[in-house]
Design a binder for this molecule. Structure first.
Ligand code: FAD
Length: 373
């Protein structure tokens, strides 16, 4: 670390959301410090599934549907530039994504939900519902219990650890300063600048402050007159041994990575700050995966983990600038992979200009009845 203590911007949290915004701010030629509690903290960024996922996002909030689609459209250029700049292979691929349905009832509900999303976006979200015959043509190995699927061309997937590493490298290459082991304990405002003090007593200042500390943001936001009503929500993931390529597109339940292993996992549990794995959930994941692609029954499971999502009460992001302390922002959300391109692009550009992207009022935490000032 350098001895520098004054920056154009400080980002609190070095997970996927914080580092994407920090990388974007450094692309705007700002001097940026990331203060990150580090690996001992709960980090959704190291345990996620790697989907750049549009279908199902924002059915009840058109602004979120539009923001997600914007990010998905920015992703191809973002991935190409990040790879070129850092030399990191992201394993990004956008051939659309599938949500397989194992019962007729599931298929009907999925169809209705896709239709609602299409209506909510004035038809900008495009999809198709595929019956079993169409699926068998596309995926000859599909299991006998699969009745159909929704398909959306907007969906993609990426190696999420490669993305995480790539953005950290890009940030560093552009002169950004990352300070690990630096839990922020206090924030105050002195003149035009925020003074940020870490638990170990180090003090830094900047005119712009972004709180993107995942589930840690809840405690920090009130220090700048904002609220971030997030809670942890556990997801478990099962990983198989590498196998020959058989699935070149992501699905909501499983995807084959660039290295050949299969990630399986879409569970959701309310367990507080507890991230262990459990045999029941693993059995359920494995059973549904095998029902979808019977060939998976022959593969060894080599790894599993639990990780904590950063969940708001309605599942949609919270983005806000403080009215009481302009220049301070919060960004907390699920879907940090999907939204990485938007965070490094339009979000960082807006924050560098002292604002938020247009039409962002819907993302304010005020919608939960907690007034931020
Ligand atoms: C099982 C699972 C599957 C997922 N799948 C997908 C997917 O397919 N696609 C997708 O888009 N998203 C997915 N996600 C969500 C995605 O991983 C998260 O949106 C993203 O990781 C959240 O990033 P974050 O930076 O907000 O939080 P985190 O990754 O939790 O990072 C927060 C950071 O803040 C730091 N911190 C906390 N408190 C402080 C403090 N006081 N001071 C300084 N630093 C602090 C922590 O050390 C940590 O590094 C998934 C998540 C899970 C758990």
């Amino acid at each position: 670390m350098t001895g520098k203590t004054s920056f154009d911007a400080i980002v609190v949290g070095g997970g996927l959301v914080g580092i994407a915004i920090a990388y974007g701010l450094s692309r705007q030629s700002l001097s940026v410090l990331v203060l990150d509690e580090g690996d001992i903290a709960f980090r959704a960024s190291r345990g996620n599934f790697g989907l750049v996922w549009v279908q199902s996002k924002g059915v009840n909030m058109p602004a979120y549907a539009a923001w997600t689609r914007r990010s998905s459209d920015l992703w191809p250029d973002f991935a190409a530039e990040l790879s070129e700049e850092t030399g990191v292979t992201l394993h990004y691929s956008r051939k659309g994504g599938y949500h397989f349905c194992l019962t007729e009832e599931e298929f009907r509900q999925r169809d209705a939900m896709m239709q609602r999303l299409s209506d909510a976006t004035g038809g900008a979200f495009t999809y198709s519902m595929l019956g079993r015959n169409a699926l068998v043509d596309r995926f000859p190995e599909i299991g006998p219990d699969v009745v159909g699927a929704s398909y959306s061309p907007h969906d993609a997937h990426v190696g999420s650890l490669q993305l995480f590493m790539g953005m950290h490298r890009g940030f560093h290459a552009r002169g950004g300063t990352y300070r690990g082991g630096s839990a922020v304990a206090d924030i105050s405002r002195t003149g035009p600048d925020f003074a940020v003090t870490t638990r170990d007593g180090a003090r830094f200042s900047a005119a712009r402050l972004v709180l993107a500390a995942g589930n840690g943001t809840r405690a920090l936001a009130p220090m700048v007159g904002l609220s971030a009503p997030v809670r942890p929500q556990k997801g478990q993931v099962l990983v198989t041994a590498r196998t020959d390529p058989f699935l070149d597109v992501p699905t909501a339940l499983l995807r084959q990575t660039g290295e050949g292993s299969v990630l399986i996992g879409d569970s959701k549990e309310e367990t507080g700050f507890e991230d262990s794995t459990s045999p029941e959930v693993m059995r359920n994941l494995a059973a549904r995966a095998v029902a979808t692609f019977p060939r998976l029954a022959g593969l060894r499971a080599v790894r599993s983990w639990g990780a904590l999502r950063v969940m708001t009460p309605d599942g949609h992001p919270v983005y806000a600038q403080s009215g009481e302390m302009p220049g301070a922002y919060v960004a907390c959300l699920h879907s940090g992979v999907t939204l990485a391109a938007a965070h490094a692009g339009p979000m960082a550009e807006a924050i560098a200009a002292g604002t938020l992207p247009d039409n962002f009022q819907s993302f304010s935490p005020d919608r939960f009845g907690v007034q931020s000032h």
